[in-house]
Ligand binder design. Structure first.
Ligand SMILES: [Zn+2]
Length: 346
């Protein structure tokens, strides 16, 4: 039995060559007739955001074979991916935009061309909370993944990777499982002329169900997938995470041991680590200082401890309501005062 003809153009963008509105052409004649009736004004393009030539496409209707898009007879096109899944990067961008709007969150999803086209990866960036989520489409070698981590972690409070089919190197999967207990994967489901992303967490021996973005939550510590057990801190004990909107205690921010390695560091917020590092520094410097300075240092130490606890208790809904942003700002202010005292003592 022959598989689908991969050379047939199954996806396009609607409206213009530069459009980001993807569409999957129905393969059956009846569905295509219905689409034409419902949207007579649609124009289809071999979109630049699909890595296409920008040419106009016709929707070819066949009763006896698969319907598909077709270029003008003399067009020259070097688009690499034409199959049903070739607009998935545009669909995840749309899903992410809808998800963020629904949660009242100020975030952006951007396409990343890693050398083979605009569909290599999609980065989701939350502005205020500085969470980052990378949806990886193109296969990455392990060193490529490591260096992408460096890039994405810069100035980020959290970084989550969600891998598409075949995009993660086995070594990367091993490292992710060691650090987080699981690796996040995505796939797509076709619904009419669109496709929608589904996510799950895969441990070595079990996986959660495939769920839409709406079932996931963005927390100060990153993307949470319902049912995923996430390793936290140095205890490596899995912490059960409930799906939103059921309030659930977020994983408490652990106090990392001095010199905690980069891998375990990824599991705590950089802001928490910064505050804890400054408290340690101030405590060391204040040990030999005057009584009034020691009192100030002790007060800041207590304040920091209660802030770290408050930060650790933040949940998904707190993030959406802006409470998390406020708490992060308090942490920033606290870090500033600790830094000032440390400089005075040096
Ligand atoms: Zn083309």
């Amino acid at each position: 039995m022959a598989g689908p003809d991969r050379r047939l153009v199954q996806t396009a963008v609607i409206g213009s060559a530069a459009s980001g509105l993807g569409i999957v052409l129905p393969q059956g004649a009846d569905e295509l007739r219905r689409l034409r009736r419902r949207h007579p004004a649609y124009t289809y393009w071999c979109g630049t955001q699909l890595g296409g030539c920008g040419g106009k496409l016709a929707d070819r209707l066949y009763a006896d074979k698969v319907c598909h898009f077709a270029h003008a007879p003399n067009a020259s096109c070097h688009r690499r991916a034409n199959g049903t899944d070739s607009a998935d990067h545009l669909f995840v961008k749309q899903d992410l935009a809808r998800w963020a709007r629904g949660g009242g969150i100020d975030a952006r999803a951007v396409l990343r061309d890693l050398g083979s086209g605009p569909g290599d990866a999609v980065d989701f960036r939350v502005r205020a909370g500085r969470q980052r989520v990378r949806f990886q489409f193109r296969k990455l070698s392990h060193p490529e993944w490591s260096s992408a981590c460096e890039e994405l972690e810069r100035d980020a409070a959290s970084l989550d990777w969600v891998f598409g089919p075949g995009s993660a190197h086995p070594e990367t999967v091993r490292e992710m499982r060691e650090a987080f207990g699981h690796v996040l994967r995505f796939r797509f489901e076709t619904q009419g002329v669109a496709r929608h992303v589904r996510i799950r967490a895969e441990e070595a021996r079990r996986s959660t169900d495939w769920v839409p973005l709406d079932a996931c939550a963005m927390t100060p510590e990153g993307l949470r997938v319902p049912g995923a057990r996430r390793l936290t801190g140095t205890s490596r004990r899995p912490v059960a995470v409930e799906p939103p909107p059921v309030p659930s205690p977020a994983a408490p921010a652990p106090r990392p041991a001095a010199g905690a390695d980069r891998r375990s560091g990824r599991r705590t917020s950089p802001l928490v680590r910064k505050v804890q590092r400054l408290v340690d520094e101030v405590n060391a410097l204040a040990a030999s200082a005057d009584a009034d300075v020691r009192t100030t240092a002790e007060r800041l130490d207590r304040e920091a401890a209660s802030w770290v606890e408050r930060y650790g208790r933040l949940t998904g809904p707190d993030f959406w309501s802006g409470k998390a942003t406020k708490t992060a700002a308090q942490g920033d202010g606290l870090a500033g005062r600790l830094e000032k005292l440390a400089r005075r003592l040096e």
